[in-house]
Design a protein around this ligand. Structure first.
Ligand code: HEC
Ligand code: HEC
Length: 503
């Protein structure tokens, strides 16, 4: 064992990185590592030419926390994806796409997967760098000639000066006691914090270039351009082809679209059953759907209607679909012209022959586009059946929720008065049906069967409806009692407002 102490500098010399002790066999190294750990050093390391099994145990290296960090960030990515998609699609900008639900987990899985992987992978990569103290441009140990043998046949322990227990003389003595062949002190090189100068310029250029794409995005944000876009990868954008309605120098009539050769019919297009294929019998529309309408057909119709019609006409067919709502908004802002979709429960549509609705779907009408391409013949008839059923149901259903919301309470009360069948027993013209007439009563006294009177006010009406037997009124047919009717507090409030208007 040779102890070369001549290299240990005095404290006035350059800043110290630490001490480096050289060992010539693995067993001594492992035993020494255990001792260094037991002594309580924290900033130290072993350097070996090959992986030494068990050395991490001697050094007391714990299993990395990285997987937990990655797990946490992965879950964070998953959560962000769910929250982001819910916020965008179901909250901030709910948009009816072919009747699909605005929020459904399966549709969101791809992005959930992507963000989970993205967050975890970035975390694994960058957290590993940070935890290992990287990037680091140099290691002062590499400046020591003897240290080169760490890649060949020698084992090293280095203890850094920044360790709390480090003291040059004591630590040197300590390492000697562990059986080191050679101990050398390691200085910090003066230029240690500097980047290699040739790298600096390149990094500055790269950093500047990073700003170019955001600047370009910012520059074109919200602008339109008439220039054709740059085709870096032309794909099939530029291929010569025939466009519908395009001009052609090749044909004598100058048109690209060709008519079938006269007297020929394309395969599968010999549709002799005009009632089924065109909705027409001769020149007239067929009145009824030319097939049996069963539940399966209506169900298919409902489904297709939800996909192709509801975006404009709304799921209730009243013409209030999301496309309509959005388009109306843009029209109000002066961006566009928009013809509102027809209310399919309108009398005019209910009276239309089935064949005419079929034709509207197949060929479009006025501003409504054709849906022949998207919907085969049987589907069109299914939608006709559903459209008629829906229109009829809506026409008899009374006002829609939206209409109710825009009405005054008294107007709603008038509708409720009929809906709740109050009008079956109470007249509003002073005549007696079963119960007392209810016009001109509000704010006046009502006489009861026991001879007393009570003020006809909110509380009395509420009680009369909720607990009809509490006070028996006179004025109706004798002996008649009112049965309690399920009526909500809001509905009663509307009915009261209505009764106040009855003179
Ligand atoms: C892109 C929006 C849009 C979609 C989708 C749409 N419509 Fe229409 N529809 C309209 C508009 C707009 C009108 C009014 C056209 C006009 O009178 O200019 C209309 C009118 C109609 C009419 C009345 C035609 C008449 O006789 O005046 C029917 C019936 C109808 N649509 C049925 C359907 C059915 C069934 C579907 C689904 C296959 C459908 N629409 C899909 C926009 C749409
Ligand atoms: C089956 C017939 C029947 C129906 C339906 C009915 N009522 Fe009555 N109602 C009566 C009779 C009979 C009386 C008088 C006996 C009593 O007070 O129970 C009465 C009493 C009343 C009174 C007290 C009238 C007074 O002169 O003091 C009010 C208010 C009232 N009904 C409101 C309503 C409202 C609102 C509805 C609808 C939600 C309704 N009723 C539905 C039969 C009916």
């Amino acid at each position: 064992m040779s102890h070369d102490m001549s290299n240990v500098p005095s404290s006035s010399e350059p800043e110290m990185y630490g001490l480096m002790a050289e060992f010539h066999d693995v067993n001594t190294l492992c035993a020494a590592a255990s001792k260094v750990r037991e002594a309580g050093y924290r900033h130290w390391d072993c350097h070996t030419p090959f992986p030494v099994h068990g050395l991490d145990d001697h050094m007391g290296i714990k299993f990395t926390k990285l997987p937990w960090i990655v797990l946490f960030m992965g879950l964070l990515g998953l959560g962000s994806a769910i929250l982001m998609q819910w916020w965008m699609n179901a909250y901030d900008y709910p948009y009816d796409i072919s009747g699909k639900p605005v929020w459904s987990i399966p549709a969101n899985v791809p992005v959930m997967f992507e963000l989970t992987v993205l967050f975890s992978a970035f975390t694994a990569f960058f957290a590993m760098w940070i935890m290992n103290g990287l990037p680091r441009w140099y290691n002062p140990l590499l400046r020591k000639e003897r240290f080169a043998r760490a890649t060949d046949d020698r084992f090293f322990i280095s203890i850094e000066a920044k360790d709390g227990l480090y003291n040059e003389a004591d630590t040197t003595a300590f390492l000697q006691g562990l059986g080191a062949d050679h101990i050398e002190s390691v200085e910090e090189p003066a230029e240690r914090t500097k980047l290699p100068s040739n790298l600096k310029g390149k990094l500055i250029v790269a950093a500047c270039l990073l700003f170019v794409p955001p600047a370009m995005v910012y520059n074109s944000y919200g602008k339109t351009t008439t220039k054709t876009r740059v085709h870096l990868v032309p794909d099939m954008d530029m291929q010569p082809r025939f466009r519908a309605q395009g001009a052609s120098a090749f044909f004598a009539d100058g048109r690209m679209s060709r008519q079938p050769v006269e007297g020929t019919v394309a395969q599968g297009e010999l549709n002799l059953d005009t009632a089924w294929h065109q909705g027409k019998d001769g020149a007239d529309y067929v009145q009824k759907i030319p097939s049996v309408v069963d539940e399966a057909m209506l169900d298919r119709g409902r489904q297709r209607f939800g996909i192709y019609c509801a975006p404009c006409h709304g799921h209730d067919g009243r013409g209030q679909g999301t496309v309509h709502k959005r388009a109306s908004l843009l029209t109000d802002q002066g961006h566009a012209q928009w013809v509102p979709p027809t209310d399919l429960s309108a009398k005019r549509i209910l009276e239309q022959p089935a064949g005419m609705i079929y034709e509207t779907i197949a060929q479009g009408r006025n501003n409504m586009p054709a849906y022949a391409v998207q919907m085969p013949v049987a589907d069109r008839w299914a939608v006709v059946a559903y459209t008629q059923a829906l229109g009829l149901a809506q026409a008899t259903a009374g006002p829609s929720e939206e209409e109710l919301n825009t009405m005054t309470p008294a107007q709603r009360g008038e509708i409720l008065f009929k809906d709740k069948t109050c009008n079956a027993c109470h007249s509003i013209d002073g005549s007696v049906i079963l119960g007392p007439p209810l016009n001109g009563r509000f704010g006046k006294d009502a006489s009861l069967a026991d001879g007393t009177t009570v003020l006809f006010d909110d509380a009395y009406v509420i009680e009369s409806i909720k607990d009809p037997n509490a006070k028996m009124a006179t004025g109706g047919l004798p002996g008649m009692v009112m049965a309690p009717l399920p009526t909500s507090d809001e509905e009663i409030a509307d009915l009261i407002e209505y009764m106040k208007t009855l003179k």
